[in-house]
Every structure is written in C-alpha cells, then in structure tokens.
Write a protein that binds this ligand. Structure first.
Ligand SMILES: [Zn+2]
Length: 401
C-alpha cells in the first residue's frame, strides 16, 4: 500500500505544479530566429519543432528560438526534426543570449531527436548551433577596428534586400617587404554559424598581442568578411542550395549575389597589386564529419608552383590545427566529379583567376562534436591564424619580425 499512497501523492502534486507555472511561450521574431512550432505540451514541458520553411531560400535545417515562461531549474524537453541536418547530437542554449553552451546529447527517435535540458532561469534561447547574426558581425569588425589603427570597416556589398555586408580591411605597414595579401570569408551558407565563430576566433587572435598576430598585421593586407550571405542569416534560412544558386555556386562571370561580385572584384584588385597569397573560405560540413578538413581545387587547376604552395600550407595547418577539432590531413578535391557546378565554387574560381601565388582553400570545421562550441570554433580560428603565419614565414624566410 505504500506504493499506492506515493502514487496518489504524486498525482495530487503534479497538477498543482503545472498550475503554478506560467505557460511556456516561444518566439522566433528576432534576427536569425527560426522554428515551426508543432506542439507545446504545457503539462509535460515539451516543445516539438522543426526549422521554419523559407521557399527557395535553401536547406531547411537552421532553428533558433527564444523560450519564456520557464520555472528556473525545470527540465525542458525539445523534440526536433528532421534528421540529419536539423538534429545535432547536442543542441546549443543560452540563459543570457550571450554565452552559449551545449545541451546533453539528445536521444534519437527515427527522424527526430529529443533534448532534455535543465534550465536555470525564466527564459532561454535554444538553437541548432551557436548563433552569430549580422549585428554580431558588424560589432566584431567595429571592435577590431577600434583596437587597430591599421584596420578599417567597410561595406563589402549592399545585399539584394538592402542590407550591408560588414567587412574589415587591415593594411600592412608601408615598409613591409615582402607584403602579403589575405582574403578570409565565412558563411556563404547561412546555416553554417560555426564558420562565423571560426572567423571570430581568427579575428580576435589577429587583433591580439600574440607575436605571430603582430607579425602578420605588419606584413599582410587582410580582407575579412564574417558573413557572406547576410540576408539568409538575418532571415534564419539555410541558404545552402537556395535559388537560383547559393553563394558558393555563384562564382561565375555574372554572379547573382552582390557579395560574390564584390568579393571577385576585391580579389582581382589584390591580385593586380601582385600579392594575393590566400583565399580562405570558412564552412561547416556534414553531420558525420568529426574533424576539420579542406576542400581543394582539383589538381588540373593548379600550376606546379601553386600545388607546391598548397602542400606547404596544408603541412603548416596540420601542425597548428591540433584540436579540439583537429585537421589530421584529410583533403578532398572538388572538381567535376564532386559537383557539376564545380567551376562556380569560390576557391576554384580563385584558383583559376588568382594567379600562381594564391593558396585557395575551403576549411570545413565539424559542427557535430562535443568540441563544436563557441570556444572550440574560435580555437580553430586562432590555430588557422598560426598556420598562415607558419606558412608565410617558411615561404619567405628571413622576413623581419
Ligand atoms: Zn558550406
């Protein structure tokens, strides 16, 4: 009878508990917000959702919600689908909309995943991965420019929907010889928020007192773009495979997207100055990829000199990108067998148009690992910066400190 009594007590407590709490509410009406809410079960404290569909705006995989009405300390259940793109093993959440952490691993059930997370506050933000929206990109480049006299904020391009594309230009010291040229961009695919965090890690390192960073600032002209597809990032759409084609299949003689046209122009200006050394395009890969790896231009696009430079850079990257998301030497050439539109992929366009000197690569940083946090991504960015310095110093030995 003891068990029965306990059961009755529990039955009495539960409805009271539920009545005490405010209803859970869910909001997506903010930059980057995305969810189609399928169910809110107030009794079970369970929310079932999938990403907002946006017609012709690419993969439906990114979700990002603001939840209110939580009892601090309660366990919230989020049931999300569909797998695989919308269902990381661990989701990301924040209590203050600034610091992001991973949830415990979710439990997969068919095409869905169920995350159960204790929430120690009255409200929380949950997302596919750590968000970084256009306002954050603008702040990032503004703060870097405030720290460095050689840096200047500019608008890479006004988008088709009238938004600015925040960008930063660092100018090498006038006496620098040799003088290198770097182009670093992230987020041609809007859902790949981790790539913007890699970019942030690189920029924070670049503006620091680290000796490698000060050396690089002195010797390199650097163009830096944290988000290429501003409109879809703001909208909370996936962007990948959008119509008429996504940003990374738009590198033709007649680009559809203004950021791509402006990037091509900027790259050709650097090439004309004779010092285009790097084109680095930052992405996040598929759910099964657990490392950092590079897509390379197919060998037929590379001269002997270009192939040698590329191999040297990869060796430097292997030494520096050591974890939590390591580069262990995996590379994939993206030629005609990879994609019929291979020539319109940015780094292939740069390999074709950028000259012998340039190292054109796509860095894919895993998003579906315990290390794929804001800290983990930023660490990869910092390590990428060190790899660039290692390569440039090896290529131009004796360059003064
Ligand atoms: Zn991508």
């Amino acid at each position: 009878m003891q068990h029965a009594a306990a059961f009755v007590t529990l039955m009495l407590l539960l409805p009271n508990g539920a009545a005490d709490s405010q209803p859970l509410t869910i909001d997506t009406n903010f930059p980057g917000g995305s969810a189609k809410v399928e169910t809110i079960d107030q009794e079970r404290r369970l929310i079932r959702l999938s990403p907002s569909p946006h017609r012709d705006r690419g993969w439906i995989c990114w979700w990002y919600v603001h939840i209110k009405g939580l009892r601090p300390g309660e366990i919230l259940t989020l049931d999300v689908g569909p797998a695989p793109w919308a269902t990381p093993d661990r989701a990301t959440f924040s209590l203050d909309h600034k610091t992001w952490q991973q949830t415990a691993p979710g439990k997969r059930e068919g095409k869905r995943i169920v995350y159960r997370q204790q929430v120690d506050g009255p409200e929380a933000w949950f997302a596919w991965g750590p968000p970084l929206v256009p306002d954050d990109a603008a702040r990032m480049v503004r703060e870097a420019a405030a720290r460095l006299p050689e840096a200047e904020v500019f608008n890479l391009a006004t988008t088709r929907e009238g938004r600015e594309t925040p960008a930063l230009r660092l100018t090498a010291s006038a006496e620098a010889t040799p003088r290198f040229g770097l182009w670093i961009q992230a987020r041609q695919h809007a859902w790949e928020s981790g790539s913007s965090w890699v970019a942030k890690g690189l920029l924070d390192w670049l503006t620091s007192d680290d000796p490698g960073a000060t050396w690089l600032r002195r010797h390199a002209d650097i163009t830096f773009i944290p988000i290429m597809d501003i409109d879809n990032t703001q909208r909370g759409a996936g962007g990948k495979n959008q119509k008429p084609q996504d940003h990374n299949r738009d590198w033709t003689d007649e680009p559809h997207w203004n950021a791509v046209a402006a990037a091509q122009e900027g790259l050709m200006e650097i090439k004309a100055r004779g010092n285009l050394d790097f084109f680095i395009d930052l992405h996040n890969p598929g759910p099964q990829d657990k490392d950092a790896y590079f897509y390379l231009p197919p060998p037929e696009l590379l001269s002997e000199a270009a192939a040698k430079n590329l191999a040297r850079f990869l060796a430097a990257a292997r030494q520096e990108i050591s974890g939590p998301i390591p580069f262990e030497g995996r590379t994939i050439p993206s030629g005609s067998k990879y994609d019929p539109k291979w020539q319109a992929i940015s780094k292939n366009w740069v390999a074709t148009h950028g000259g012998d000197r340039v190292v054109p690569v796509t860095l894919e940083t895993a998003w579906n690992t315990p290390g794929s946090t804001t800290e983990g991504y930023q660490r990869v960015g910092q390590q990428l910066g060190r790899a660039i310095v290692r390569y440039l110093k090896e290529r131009a030995p004796g360059t003064p400190e």
